[in-house]
Design a protein around this ligand. Sequence first.
Ligand code: ADP
Ligand code: MG
Length: 348
Amino acid sequence: MSDVLVRFAGVSKSYDGRVQAVAGLDLEVMRGEVLTLLGPSGSGKTTTLMMLAGFEDPTAGRIELEGQRIDTLPPHKRGIGVVFQNYALFPHLSVAQNLAFPLSIRRMGRAEIADRVKRALEMVRLPGFGDRRPQQLSGGQQQRVALARALIFAPSLVLLDEPMGALDKQLREELQGEIRRIHAETGVTMVHVTHDQSEALTLSDRIAVFDQGRIQQIGTAEEVYERPANPFVAGFIGENNFVHATVLDATTLRLADGTLLACAPQDLPPGAAALASVRPERVVPDGALAGRVLEVVYLGDHCRLRLAFGGREDFGLRVARRDAAVPGAALRFSIPAEAVRVFAANSA
Ligand code: ADP
Ligand code: MG
């Protein structure tokens, strides 16, 4: 059995014949993983998911599941469970009838349906809720029913489109925990869509970062956070300061105000225009660099500073204590070379 469960090969989609909602997508989903498609609104995540589910047709390319071409099959022949962005439970059916629906269209017997419905409700911790109507449940409970309905025919693959989109923070964290537990218990492969980076970091084995219909980077949470492939990824996941610079040599940059900044070894030639990125939490107190404090914001467990530094007035960093900085005063700090990532200036 191959480790690859799903393969997109050269898949494109245009709704209007002009704009590419998804452009030349090559993507492999590994068996048993939770893969998150993360990106801003309109970047092509839902389109990608709906082509896999069978609710949208690709304009070009092919999609395979278990090595078999599926993009020509109707949705119900693909054996994929889907949790849609809006709950999409049938409002006139009870919870149990909603759950039974995917089984009865597969012509399963009554006794087995009843048994599976019972077990599915236990899996999402809603035993005894079978007779309720969807509108008699909270938003979080409705999403757990939708999850149970996607899992009830034991598919090898479940797709989730912004499943926590409509939930408040606490319910979101609860449902994230449920999804992690269900994944650990069943081993089902999941492809999950979100625009929320913390949700992606929490849930995923791998993250595919989308922008403008293309994957900008795919990797583990740590890879995309620590080693972003381009300025878009660096700016979209976590926070980053971007500073314009000129390359002096492989490990030295000169900033707009003449400051020299050591960076990790990089490939741009001397004289090249570069964009350096530095995460606020990687800046350390004391050292050879200096900036002027413009703003101090107290956030409880840390303070956030805004500095004039390197020709910018929006350089952000964190300090542990409020008395570490005074607005108007100079602040000395350093940045470890390995915390300075360098991109070609035209890659932004
Ligand atoms: P995301 O889920 O990342 O927000 P979508 O896949 O929904 O992005 O959308 C990608 C692009 O395709 C956007 O430009 C969007 O406006 C367009 N689009 C999505 N659905 C349709 C549709 N049914 N008809 C026309 N354009 C669409
Ligand atoms: Mg979407």
